[in-house]
Ligand binder design. Structure first.
Ligand code: ATP
Ligand code: MG
Length: 356
């Protein structure tokens, strides 16, 4: 029998089209990615934070474990902002054992949710002894969803250690920074926008834009199926020359305008809050790999644009194929090994909604 000397956890991101998973190992000299894997759904199993087909999802996860040869049985899951609730509450300083009840009371009196139906967790952000107040970050999801996830993994003989909001998984990947930046995680359907000044996250927004928009544009411009357009976008676009490339490029530029408008709106709002403009843009998520997008944002905003690099987080980041597709899963795994996010949150950050 072989014993694993190091401790590892598997982080999971339930994406729009695939489950993405990363096995992260903590060794003496730092963190290493041991394994990555993904499984495309053959039909829809999750939508807007709701589970549509639990047996099929269970099967996908089981196949993923076999194919990827994950060793650990401990998992940490990233939970999307859909049907999730996040608030920063201000409470009087209380002994630890009274905080849970106080948070519960505060949620039920101030927000339109039935607190008995919500599974929530909290983290103390700040204690101010002078005015006897503390700031608490609260995140909640429907109890039913929480128990569904728990049971799926239990059935597979795996242990759910952490269910972490996606934005924490994302922010886990950022080193503390002195400057102001915009981070865009461009997924298949949604772009998550984060803005931060120093180590304070001031803005989190979900924008209706994603890699699918580019695929739709290619599909209608070239009159090909969505699947063909998806291949074109990922593989052929770069080498293509000639008329179809010009047509697609023009159509894509128009499409990027939707995203640019939303970014500019967020920059204005950020300026109202902080009297600061961001100095750089960080891109993450598979949608950020669309040819030309990076240069477009750089040109239109006049800001430096970089893909999020994971090399300050893990020692062997160059071993991860397409790291920007797996970043959220890695961020979840970080939470799973007990990493504490180094950023703080703006008091008025109100984000997400929950309906149960
Ligand atoms: N090499 C590539 N070039 C261009 N686009 C790509 C590439 N690889 C992936 N994509 C696009 O990235 C998008 C998926 O990104 P990602 O995996 O981050 O999304 P997701 O997490 O599943 O989606 P969401 O966060 O919206 O649920 C798809 O639109 C896909 O076409
Ligand atoms: Mg995503």
């Amino acid at each position: 029998m072989r014993f694993n000397k190091y401790k590892s956890v598997i982080g999971i991101d339930f994406g729009t089209y695939a489950i993405k998973a990363v096995e992260l190992e903590s060794r003496g000299d730092g963190l290493y990615v041991k394994n990555v894997g993904s499984a495309y759904y053959t039909e829809k199993v999750i939508e807007d934070g709701e589970f549509l087909n639990v047996p099929l999802l269970t099967e996908f996860i089981s196949n993923l474990w076999e194919d990827s040869k994950f060793e650990s049985k401990e998992v940490a899951i990233s939970w999307k902002s859909e049907n999730e609730f996040t608030r920063v509450l201000t409470l009087p300083i209380l002994p630890d054992k009274e905080i849970y009840e106080a948070v519960r009371l505060e949620i039920s009196s101030r927000y339109d949710v039935d607190v008995d139906l919500v599974a929530f967790d909290y983290a103390i952000l700040d204690k101010n002894e002078n005015n006897q107040e503390m700031k608490i970050l609260v995140a909640g999801i429907p109890k039913e969803s929480a128990s569904t996830v728990y049971n799926i993994f239990k059935e597979l003989n795996l242990k759910l250690k952490v269910l972490e909001p996606e934005f924490i998984c994302q922010i886990n990947l950022l080193k503390p920074s002195e400057d102001s930046f915009i981070l865009l995680n461009i997924g298949a359907r949604t772009t998550m926008l984060y803005m931060s000044k120093g180590n304070l996250i001031n803005v989190i927004r979900a924008l209706r834009f994603g890699g699918d928009n580019a695929t739709d544009v290619i599909s209608s411009t070239l009159n090909v199926s969505f699947e063909e357009a998806e291949r074109w976008k990922k593989e052929r676009f770069e080498q293509e020359v000639g008329y179809s490339k010009i047509m697609v490029s023009d159509a894509l530029l128009n499409n990027f305008l939707i995203l640019l408008r939303e970014i500019n709106r967020s920059i204005d709002y950020f300026y109202q809050l902080t009297y600061t403009y961001p100095n750089r843009v960080v891109l993450d998520g598979g949608g950020s790999l669309v040819v030309g997008l990076r240069e477009y944002i750089n040109r239109e905003l006049g800001l430096l644009v970089d893909l999020l690099s994971l090399n300050s987080i893990v020692k062997n980041s160059e071993d991860i194929p397409d790291p920007n597709l797996y970043s959220i899963a890695l961020g979840a795994a970080l939470s799973g090994i007990g990493y504490k996010c180094l950023y703080k949150f703006f008091d008025n950050l109100e984000f997400g909604r929950i309906s149960v």
